[in-house]
Ligand binder design. Structure first.
Ligand code: AMP
Ligand code: MG
Length: 316
């Protein structure tokens, strides 16, 4: 994605998007527009990281792909909740047949970027039975005895599942790079190792949606301040958060490298402006939905004689 893409308020894709949605049987494609909520254009096109992408040029308060305000955004988020859970059910059902596919949502971002809210408000719209959620913390002693991708591979979704990574393999080229936790020669090899790993997962049937929640340094300060001022938010605060904050420029540089080196055709990055929580949630929901729509999972055919079973049941 080039410079200035985030400013675009283009209506591109609006009609074809609506057409695509209405093809999905049983889904209320017009729910959002019936209520007068501005219809989103394709978020994937507005947010995808391409050639020449510059993180510093993205405005964390912008709302690419959506013309409405906070109330509109919250309404639009609620309006598509049913769709996301129906798609997920369909993906799960499909995996009982011959088609084995999954979706993996990777969520990265600085502290207070809103990862937790994405989990509650977007991932929470799906049936937990079909979601495989993993939060990656500093590796345990056991995990450290394995190559860095070992714990990541173990957390990949099974066919039919939606996998969710709350932090990910990218910590191994973010915090690890910024703090020099391994030699430069080691972390610098990891970008291509990650690309190979992801290409294989994609070839094996996993659609990967990588999201970077792009919060600004000022908004982070406001959110950390709130964590200190509200007793019910103290539990979220770690004194180390300020230490990481002091390394903001180094983190921005490390994120820029990630976005440049690992936004591949197989698994591109999407940079989501995150200073407005309502927008970030709406964008991630729609990114997941757009990918599920493209996957277009199908109900599997019964592997038994339906008519014969109806008769057997009636007589029972
Ligand atoms: P949180 O997500 O706020 O609960 O914090 C988890 C912490 O674990 C963050 O500070 C991450 O940077 C850190 N973390 C996650 N993965 C790694 C890793 N591979 N190496 C070092 N630290 C990590
Ligand atoms: Mg934290």
């Amino acid at each position: 994605m080039g410079k200035g893409k985030h400013d675009s308020k283009s209506k591109r894709g609006k009609k074809s998007d609506r057409d695509k949605k209405s093809k999905v049987a049983g889904l209320d494609a017009t729910a959002a527009s019936d209520k007068g909520v501005p219809e989103p254009i394709a978020f994937a096109d507005a947010l995808r990281v391409g050639e020449g992408f510059i993180l510093a040029d993205c405005d964390p308060r912008s709302t690419p792909g959506f013309d409405g305000d906070k109330a509109d955004g919250e309404e639009a988020l609620a309006a598509r909740a049913g769709e996301i859970s129906q798609y997920q059910e369909r993906l799960y059902a499909e995996s009982k047949g011959d088609v084995k596919r999954s979706l993996l949502l990777v969520v990265q971002g600085m502290d207070t970027s809103g990862k937790g809210g994405i989990m509650r408000h977007v991932v929470g719209q799906m049936d937990p039975q079909g979601v495989k959620y993993t939060a990656f913390k500093a590796p345990t002693a056991e995990e450290r005895t394995h190559p860095f991708l070992w714990r990541i591979r173990n957390a990949l979704p099974s066919p039919g599942q939606v996998g969710v990574f709350d932090r990910s393999q990218y910590e191994d080229v973010l915090i690890v790079r910024v703090h020099g936790l391994v030699p430069r020669a080691t972390w610098s090899r990891r970008y291509s190792q990650i690309n190979d790993f992801e290409a294989k997962a994609v070839a094996d049937g996993t659609t990967i949606v990588k999201v970077m929640l792009n919060v600004s340094v000022d908004e982070q300060k406001a959110r950390l301040t709130e964590r200190l001022e509200r007793e019910d938010k103290h539990w979220k605060y770690r004194t180390g958060d300020v230490d990481e904050r002091l390394l903001w420029p180094q983190y921005q540089e490390a994120y820029q490298a990630v976005l440049e080196k690992t936004s591949t055709d197989a698994a591109p990055w999407f940079v989501v402006p995150a200073d407005r929580k309502w927008y970030a949630r709406l964008a991630v929901q729609n990114l997941v939905l757009e990918h599920l729509e493209a996957m277009d999972p199908q109900w599997p055919a019964a592997d038994f004689d339906v008519e014969a079973e109806k008769q057997r049941l009636a007589k029972s």
